[in-house]
Design a protein around this ligand. Structure first.
Ligand code: UD1
Ligand code: MG
Length: 438
């Protein structure tokens, strides 16, 4: 069952108006008919940013001595990203009116049976994030002060992939592409980087896996390009299928992006090799705008969602993180940050492969009387989590799943981490403060 409704000849009032004045009146009427978008949840975003970004800025400013030029580029990129955040916050209500006018909306399935479940929620607002991100990433090239410009080839190929993926995501939102075709779209979008890539073809084996592989570095040769293509397919689809709960699509991206930033800054701080530092620098230049623009989208998409992100966003975010991992040469570590998504993918395999029946939406069952969600038998982390830990409200479930991602990420990036008990307790309090009563 597709919840999204597309324009039909009878409902599409914005076309076939021969007289321009009529068309203007029509649009005016439509504007009055659409209820205004709920304001962004700014206080929540502020607190979440504090939790996710405090360690990153601490490492950047206090812990490591980062080379002046590199730090300058990172800070200019951060300033651009902040501007992108405010621009995205401003643009989303405007774009929402336009997508609603074209009947691009969805019904909130986890509110079915309540008045909220009958509201048309604007879809595909990821398009705003994608456009603002690309503008920032293109403008930033002017401010990067690297001595040689060889990096521009791969940087622009990466941008072409992200742009191509955003386009295909939007096409999917508009045309509702069949599931098997969806799976393949990212391998097409990854072509620009696959063709332009001339970097090394080795992967660094994460420490816990070295005893099993036998080497700390593995040269994949031509197989590396295949690996890059598969990584793009995995990152995009795994974000897209760990979804369906208000805030989950953007929330998981925001958590992974902040993990990527911390990882990059730690690698830059610990290395003296300028080329290695530059590779991680590029990854920061793409991740900061991703995080900032995604935060802006989350301010509207957090429970109760006033906009939906669409496959435009899930594909865009997944592809951005995939190219960031490839250009930064840490795709193996990236997969550790994607651990909940890997588990969700494995749980989904029987349904994705067609071995078990796969409904259009694999979401939990909502009880309008209690407002709680119950896990179904569909193979997703969302359902399994509910089946193990019991029924939860949608907001509580999303906060839990994101905290699991934060916790896994902290343990994965720093397994030897031994937080003093008092600091752990302080973290718990901070989490309560941010998500409220979950
Ligand atoms: C993927 C999942 C599907 C899940 C859907 C939700 C697989 C194979 N597919 O499909 O099981 O139901 O994502 O995004 O795992 N929606 C909500 N609340 C939200 C977000 C979305 O109710 O917080 C609903 C809305 O009706 C929205 C629709 O999901 O219109 C969007 O679904 P879409 O992204 O098109 O689904 P898929 O990506 O195909
Ligand atoms: Mg989707």
């Amino acid at each position: 069952m597709a919840a999204r409704k597309r324009a039909t000849s009878t409902t599409d009032t914005s076309t076939a108006k021969p007289v321009p004045t009529d068309s203007k009146i029509e649009h005016k009427t439509q504007e009055f008919a659409d209820p205004p978008l709920a304001p962004p949840k700014s206080a929540f975003i502020f607190k979440l940013s504090l939790l996710l970004l405090a360690p990153y800025f601490y490492l950047l400013f206090c812990h490591y001595k980062i080379q002046h030029e590199l730090k300058r580029s990172i800070l200019i990129n951060a300033a651009l990203s902040l501007a992108g955040f405010f621009l995205t916050v401003k643009m989303i209500p405007v774009a929402s009116r336009y997508v609603l006018r074209r009947n691009l909306f969805g019904y909130d399935i986890n509110k079915k049976g309540t008045p909220q479940g009958t509201i048309k929620v604007p879809e595909s607002l990821g398009i705003v994030v994608g456009i603002v991100f690309l503008v920032l990433a293109i403008i930033f090239q002017y401010f990067n002060f690297t001595a040689d410009s060889n990096w521009l080839v791969e940087y622009n190929a990466a941008l072409a992939c992200i742009c191509f993926m955003t386009l295909l995501g939007f096409v999917d939102d508009v045309l509702d592409v069949p599931w098997r075709v969806k799976l393949l779209l990212p391998s097409i979008a990854a072509l620009p980087l696959l063709m332009a890539y001339a970097g090394h073809t080795t992967i660094v084996i994460p420490k816990p896996l070295i005893p099993y592989v036998g080497h700390d570095v593995l040269d994949l040769g031509w197989l590396y390009k295949l690996y890059m293509g598969l990584l793009a397919v995995f990152c995009t689809n795994s974000i897209n299928i760990h979804a369906g709960i208000n805030g989950l699509e953007v929330g998981q991206t925001v958590v992974i992006a902040s993990a990527i930033l911390i990882h990059n800054i730690m690698q830059i701080g610990a290395s003296v090799d300028p080329e290695y530092q530059q590779a991680h620098g590029f990854s920061i230049y793409l991740t900061q705008p991703l995080l900032a623009t995604s935060m802006a989208l989350l301010s509207y998409n957090w429970y109760p969602s006033s906009v939906f992100v669409g496959d435009t966003y899930t594909y865009f975010a997944g592809m951005t993180m995939a190219v960031v991992g490839i250009l930064g040469h840490f795709s193996e570590t990236l997969l550790i940050f994607f651990l909940p998504q890997v588990i969700n993918f494995l749980l989904s395999l029987p349904q994705l492969s067609g071995y078990v029946y796969c409904p259009r939406h694999r979401l939990p069952r909502f009880d309008p009387q209690t407002g709680l969600l119950t896990g179904t038998n569909d193979g997703t982390v969302v359902n399994v989590y509910l089946r193990i830990f019991g029924r939860k409200s949608e907001k509580s479930l999303c906060a839990h799943l994101l905290l699991v991602q934060v916790e896994l990420k902290s343990n994965a990036s720093c397994p030897e981490r031994q937080l003093p008990l008092s600091l752990d307790a302080a973290m718990d309090q901070l989490i309560n403060l941010i998500f409220g009563k979950t």
